[in-house]
Design a protein around this ligand. Structure first.
Ligand code: ADP
Length: 373
């Protein structure tokens, strides 16, 4: 059997800060010395491997209490926050150790950084609160109109028709929200499984154009494709790639002025090409970058001449329910989930997403997917 490394070596390399704390006088809280600190602890607390007085580096009362409890009883645990440049959440675990040969009490202290877990928990809670709020708004309107129809509008056919039309629109809005929420959770469930199909992007663009082209044509918005020949083939899940195109083209059309044009350009190029600015003078932000870029990508650029998005709003675009404040979006048909869905789909495909926008001039979204070989 190969020889296992020394236990000291292993502790030294653990990613969590690990320390040994010794106390001479248990009744004197200042008499606590860090007699061992592994590399992670030395870096985090900027202390030497041994000899630092505990209270000079770790001052949180809850932690100090737990250390005392650990020294007295062997085991203890404490959760606490630190407020540096960024707040962090920690869990301190204390485990018993035998007394030193000189009779000092000692205890093992392990710090676990729980910031990411806490942040995810917070995001889940915020998401639930936002989703409930978004559903409650059309529901409140529906309830209000039902009451009106049962009351004074009962015998007024004109009012009844008007209210029923509004109610149908609100019910449609709730249905769209639920569809988008379900879609998002389905995508997230499969996000770690890369897609294996092959998608003809040219055909997908044509499908989206025939599905929603007539709706946009009602506002005089024209969709102009510029597609490569032979058609570009991407590695992907067809329905999901269509959903990306649909969301980007619908957004571009929705924010286009009446009679405007949405340009959909598809090209085959190495990863670097997606990073080349395509709008002169526009602010540019990568909302998603592939971890390990592959050789070639199918690059899809959707451009409009709409109001554009201010530079400071770009980073939040793919957050769930985020909408740029003060921006008119027609009858507010959107759910605020479209770009979050786009980002998750592109991420599953190991692709990328870039936004470029200049206020008053328009916006270009670039999504890119790995090609099939
Ligand atoms: P929505 O369903 O509200 O369109 P999205 O997630 O698709 O939600 O988009 C989020 C927000 O980003 C929109 O509410 C809008 O403020 C802004 N946005 C998206 N696409 C465009 C665009 N082409 N031009 C201007 N603003 C856009």
């Amino acid at each position: 059997m190969p020889q296992a490394p020394d236990a000291d070596e292993i502790v030294e390399r653990l990613p969590d800060p690990v320390m040994v704390i010794a106390a001479g006088d248990l009744t004197d809280p200042s008499d606590r010395t860090i007699t061992f600190a592994n590399a992670a602890a030395q870096t985090l607390l900027r202390i030497p491997a041994e000899g630092a007085p505990l209270v000079s580096v770790l001052r949180h009362p809850r932690l100090l209490e737990a250390v005392d409890e650990g020294l007295a009883d062997g085991g203890a645990e404490a959760a606490y926050e630190t407020y540096g440049a960024q707040p962090r959440w920690w869990r301190a675990l204390l485990r018993p150790l035998p007394d030193t040969p000189g009779g000092l009490k000692q205890v093992l202290l392990i710090l676990r950084d729980e910031t990411d877990a806490r942040r995810n928990e917070r995001m889940r809670a915020d998401f639930l609160a936002n989703a409930s709020h978004e559903l409650r708004t059309p529901l409140a309107s529906l309830t209000g109109f039902v009451e009106t129809l049962q009351g004074h509008a009962k015998d007024d056919p004109a009012a009844r028709d008007r209210f029923l039309a509004i109610m149908a629109a609100q019910a449609g809005r709730m249905a769209r929200l639920i569809d988008d929420l379900l879609s998002l959770s389905r995508i997230e469930l499969n996000e770690h499984i890369p897609p294996s199909g092959e998608v003809d992007i040219n055909a997908a663009v044509h499908d989206v154009m025939s599905a929603s082209g007539p709706i946009h044509a009602q506002r005089g918005v024209k969709i102009t494709p510029n597609l490569p020949s032979p058609p570009a083939m991407a590695l992907g899940d067809r329905d999901q790639v269509v959903q990306v195109l649909q969301n980007l083209i619908d957004n571009a059309a929705k924010y286009s002025p009446t009679g405007g044009e949405v340009r959909v350009e598809v090209l085959l190029a190495p990863a670097g090409a997606a990073a080349v600015p395509s709008r002169a003078g526009a602010a540019r932000l990568s909302l998603l970058t592939p971890d390990t870029p592959v050789g070639h990508y199918v690059i899809i650029r959707v451009s409009d001449d709409g109001p554009g998005i201010a530079r400071q709003n770009l980073p939040r675009l793919s957050e769930r329910f985020y909408r740029v404040e003060g921006q008119k979006s027609g009858e507010r048909l959107g759910t605020g989930l479209g770009l979050a869905i786009v980002k998750h789909i592109v991420n599953r495909h190991r692709g990328g997403l870039v936004v470029e926008s200049a206020e008053g001039q328009g916006t270009t979204f670039t999504a890119y997917f790995p090609v099939t070989h």
